[in-house]
Design a protein around this ligand. Structure first.
Ligand SMILES: Cc1cc2nc3c(=O)[nH]c(=O)nc-3n(C[C@H](O)[C@H](O)[C@H](O)COP(=O)(O)O)c2cc1C
Length: 187
């Protein structure tokens, strides 16, 4: 493999362009974030990097809540739209004809139409420079029944989750291999 040195750029991907739900007693909003990650397992924690000028930034900071909703490939317009329109100008739930679903959080809504949704309560806030990193403790996870197997496992083929890397939308295709399969095969 011969690699060519490139201008320094963040090439971590594919990652899911997550639809982040947030809101207060007056409004609900959605922001598309590619910079979302798993950062701890016990307790389970998710990070979300948000620029301070986003309308969602202060909603998340002030309420200490956000939801992470993963769109499927057919929802690419939704991911792009929520990432190019601002809640300052319109109600994205109304504009995209989405259903705000209530879980265990007080304010932040989930998006009923996304196959996977998670609720997080902010526990740490880090100002990193261009972005504020909100680190939230995962309080609940929901999966659309139609993407579950008979045994209750997530079928990622049916989920057909959207991916993203370096400015481009990607598809994510499962390989049908589970973690540890190499070791298990060797016995
Ligand atoms: C695919 C995609 C990924 C994005 N990722 C981020 C991100 O990680 N952090 C961020 O602050 N903005 C990100 N954005 C930009 C925001 O989604 C965009 O500025 C949005 O319109 C802000 O909405 P709001 O003003 O209603 O909060 C992304 C946009 C797109 C389309």
């Amino acid at each position: 493999m011969t690699k060519q040195k490139q201008p320094t750029q963040l090439l971590l991907g594919p990652i899911p362009p997550a639809l982040i739900g947030c809101g207060n007693e007056k409004e609900s909003n959605i922001i598309t974030l590619a910079w979302v990650g798993v950062v701890n397992s016990s307790p389970p924690m998710i990070s979300a990097a948000v620029r301070a000028n986003r309308h969602s930034h202060d909603l998340i900071r002030d309420t200490g809540e956000f939801t992470v909703n993963l769109p499927n490939r057919a929802q690419v317009d939704l991911a792009d739209g929520c990432g190019n329109l601002s809640g300052r100008d319109l109600d994205k739930f109304e504009h995209f004809n989405l259903t705000a679903a209530k879980g265990s959080l007080e304010r932040a809504p989930m998006i009923a139409e996304c196959p996977i949704s998670m609720e997080c309560r902010v526990e740490h806030v880090l100002e990193l420079g261009s972005h504020t990193l909100f680190i939230g403790r995962l309080v609940s996870s929901y999966v659309e029944e139609g993407v579950l197997t008979e045994k209750g496992k997530i079928d990622f083929e049916r989920c057909d989750l959207l991916g993203f890397c370096a400015g481009s939308y990607l598809e994510t295709k499962p390989l049908g291999l589970s973690i540890g399969y190499t070791v298990k095969e060797r016995g």
